[in-house]
Design a protein around this ligand. Structure first.
Ligand code: NAP
Length: 297
């Protein structure tokens, strides 16, 4: 019997683990993929208080090691069900907890067009910092208008020969300072009011078709397309124990409790105003402290 089972080893889940371990609780963290979650995709983090600049990979690794050094147990298994009695079923085992913290974050939104899945790893990528280096001196495109797309484009502009930035509106959702930096780069080409409508190639991506607001199509020869059009939560399997909003984010009256006693939520996977590293670690600490208090009671 664990005191707290944490589902997800991103910044929120690992921060919950850190706080619970420091509270001398028996903790299990379950993670389907890699520790770190989406922050692994961040080339540089420059808005975390007290740290002027750090890579997402270093941040995630430091946090993971901090948890491991405190004796944290992290198992790389896929959770398939959480029951209201706080048993957690994975693809390998069933674990029992006095409490469960859901910190599963969100996954990359897909364009949902033909060939997208076929070309993943063959020119289609959702992570510029992971895959950008494969395209040194090549022509690449970034799709999206948020901070992720803008940061990706900046990162890729130092690696690739040229970078198309394709965004469906005129205005960017991301911060203006990134847009200004991109405008100074000679190898950035903006294609605004445009969407990627086709992915073409045989064995790998060779070109994309971009359609503008007047329905005019342009074919661009590119070696890679980096899709950065936001995230979607992955909470289908928790619907027996939580309520979700229309987009699938977990509803919580106070940002920590769910509708099921002793099952809590933390991080990007819940309904919230701001999904950033600072708010993820904040959620993680609050969830752990509340869980510890309530199981002690
Ligand atoms: P985001 O802010 O949700 O932006 C997603 C972008 O993709 C938007 O520009 C959106 O267009 C576009 N989009 C959505 N669906 C689309 C579709 N089907 N086809 C074409 N375009 C589509 O996502 P994000 O950039 O990944 O950022 C997520 C969160 O992390 C944000 O809060 C962001 O500020 C934060 N973040 C922060 C940093 C940092 O501070 N250093 C770095 C990265 C991310 P519209 O604008 O038209 O909706």
């Amino acid at each position: 019997m664990y005191d707290i089972i944490i589902v997800g080893a991103g910044p929120a889940g690992l921060t919950s683990a850190l706080y619970a371990l420091r509270g001398n609780k028996k903790v299990l963290v379950l993670e389907a993929k890699n520790y770190g979650g989406q922050i692994l995709n961040a080339n540089k983090i420059e808005n975390y208080p007290g740290i002027s600049s750090i890579s997402g990979y270093d941040f995630a690794t430091n946090l993971y090691e901090q948890v491991k050094n405190l004796g944290g147990e992290v198992r790389f298994e896929t959770v398939v069900k959480v029951n209201d009695n706080r048993s957690v079923v994975t693809n390998k085992e069933t674990y029992f907890g006095k409490s469960v913290i859901l910190a599963t974050g969100a996954e990359n939104r897909k364009l949902n067009i033909e060939n997208e899945n076929k070309f993943i790893g063959k020119g289609v990528s959702y992570c510029a910092t992971c895959d950008g280096n494969f395209f040194k001196g090549k022509v690449v495109a970034v799709n999206g208008g948020g901070n992720t797309a803008l940061e990706d484009a900046l990162y890729l502009s130092d690696i690739a020969e040229s970078v198309y930035v394709i965004h469906r509106r005129e205005e960017f959702r991301g911060e203006n300072r990134y847009v200004e930096e991109l405008k100074k780069k000679k190898n950035i080409i903006f294609l605004l009011n445009s969407t990627v409508t086709s992915l073409l190639g045989n064995e790998k991506l060779e070109s994309i078709i971009v359609t503008d607001q007047n329905r005019e199509e342009t074919t661009l020869k590119v070696d890679a397309l980096f899709i950065a059009i936001g995230q979607v939560p992955k909470n289908e399997i928790f619907k027996n124990v939580v309520d979700v909003d229309e987009k699938g984010y977990i509803l919580s009256p106070d940002g920590v409790h769910t509708k099921t006693p002793f099952i809590y939520v933390a991080g990007d996977t819940r309904v919230k105003i701001l999904r950033q590293l600072t708010t993820a670690v904040s959620d993680g600490s609050v969830a752990a402290v509340v869980a510890m208090k309530e199981i002690n009671e």
